[in-house]
Design a protein around this ligand. Structure first.
Ligand code: HEC
Ligand code: CU
Length: 414
């Protein structure tokens, strides 16, 4: 009997120890402490409540185990027969109440602080799309899209023979290997200055997403039609990773976030460079492009934005994504092709790209599709054509909007 009990005790102990032996890094099990004041406060709160839970657990299970062992039936102990002890009832109401209040006060303080957007020095609007983020710096007008780094996107494709272990680095620190951490890098990082209170405005353009960067203690739902607020003040320069934390469809696992916090001077240079690049994008739309130039730029745009569905050789996936090679759209009327890419196809996975791609990128990818994968229409689509389409009637607006009466001709309205 005794040997049986001790054998069970030993086995349970071994089972309990298994997870501890396996996890070399304790920190990896816990919540990260993060790099902002709020994230540190959240961490402290989390640890304090965790220890309170441990103490309660130890006390409750201790009393239970002691009672079961010391007063067991086999020792001839008779159960007590008392009922309705007012003292006990008061104690087990008051003690948890005091513990709850002791936890709620500091928790409420941190929550209120998290919701305090006053004195923010900079605002960034973050719009979530399936499956990319758009960052708009409200103060400087800088705006760009950020999505999974193309080399990672390529590696994750079905049948890709990229050696993940050799290409990507296992740790979270960037720079360990050229490829960065698999599925955690983006093409355009969100760059922000250190030491500034930055307000984030979250919204989404299609379904619900959630912008989550654990090191900043920021996790906010991005909901179409709503603006949610959030803020962060990072003290130390560094690179912080995050991801979308709301199941948002097929590509949910492939919308990482990278925040790079840099000193103010470095940030100012970055903003100036971005503004210059944005100006040159609009210049690019005005010049005349060579056919071959459009095709080679288009190939890169295709790889970054279209290949995950239409596949590397433009063969598509039968039943899911149509092939581009030999497609009626990519070899037929170019207007239909432009409309498909710019506006997407309602109710399908083919989303609109007019917001996401520049005039030059749109013209390039369409030219590429009409002259690759065995399509040889010989067509060349100039970026200026896309630009004129955008500047003319807003082809994205629903018809009802286009038909609204012109206020100038309506009597009584100025
Ligand atoms: C998320 C998956 C996805 C991505 C990414 C995607 N497409 Fe599509 N695409 C589709 C689907 C699905 C259809 C078919 C829609 C339908 O007909 O209902 C389609 C249809 C098309 C067609 C019409 C093909 C035909 O023969 O009907 C063209 C052209 C096209 N896409 C171009 C592009 C371009 C250019 C890009 C990148 C800029 C792109 N697509 C990115 C899913 C995607
Ligand atoms: Cu998402």
């Amino acid at each position: 009997m005794t040997s049986n009990v001790s054998r069970w005790a030993l086995l349970s102990l071994m089972l309990l120890l298994v997870p501890f032996g396996a996890s070399a890094e304790w920190g990896a099990l816990n919540m990260p402490q993060g790099v902002t004041e709020i994230s540190n406060e959240v961490y402290t709160l989390h640890m304090r409540i965790f220890y309170i839970c441990c103490a309660i657990g130890a006390a409750v299970f201790g009393v239970m185990i002691y009672s079961m062992f010391a007063h067991r039936k086999s020792k001839g102990v008779k159960p007590a027969t008392f009922h309705e002890s007012t003292t006990v009832e008061i104690v087990w109401t008051v003690v948890p109440l005091v513990i709850l209040i002791a936890m709620a006060i500091p928790a409420a303080r941190v929550l209120i602080k998290m919701e305090d957007f006053s004195d923010s020095e900079m605002s960034i609007k973050v719009t979530a799309y399936q499956w990319r983020w758009q960052y708009e710096y409200m103060d400087s007008g800088v705006s760009f899209y950020s999505q999974l780094e193309p080399s990672h996107n390529e590696a994750r494709q079905m049948g890709s023979d990229v050696d993940l272990e050799a290409t990507f680095s296992p740790s979270r620190k960037r720079g360990d290997s050229e490829g960065g951490v698999y599925l955690k890098e983006v093409d355009n990082e969100l760059v922000i200055p250190v030491g500034k209170k930055i307000r984030f405005l979250h919204t989404a353009a299609d379904v619900i997403h959630s912008w989550w960067v654990p090191d900043l203690a920021v996790k906010k739902d991005a909901i179409p039609g709503f603006i949610n607020e959030n803020w962060a003040l990072i003290e130390e320069p560094g690179v912080y990773h995050g991801k979308c934390a709301e199941l948002c469809g097929r590509g949910h696992g492939f919308m990482p976030i990278v925040v790079r916090a840099v000193p103010q001077e470095e940030f100012d240079i970055w903003v100036a460079e971005k503004q210059l690049a944005m100006a040159s994008v609009s210049e690019q739309a005005d010049r005349q492009w060579a056919h071959q130039e459009l095709v080679s730029v288009g190939e890169k745009v295709y790889q970054a934005n279209c290949m995950s569905c239409h596949q590397a050789e433009g063969q598509g996936i039968p039943g899911m994504f149509p092939a581009i090679g030999g497609s009626d759209v990519a070899t037929g009327s170019i207007d239909k092709h432009i409309d498909t890419v710019m506006n997407g196809i309602d109710g399908s996975m083919m989303s609109q790209f007019s917001e996401v791609l520049s005039d030059a990128d749109l013209a390039a990818v369409i030219t590429f599709q009409r002259n690759a994968f065995g399509n040889n229409t010989g067509d060349t689509l100039q970026p200026s054509h896309i630009k004129s389409l955008r500047n003319g009637v807003d082809i994205r607006a629903p018809e009802s909007v286009a038909l609204l009466p012109d206020t100038n001709t309506t009597t009584g309205v100025n």
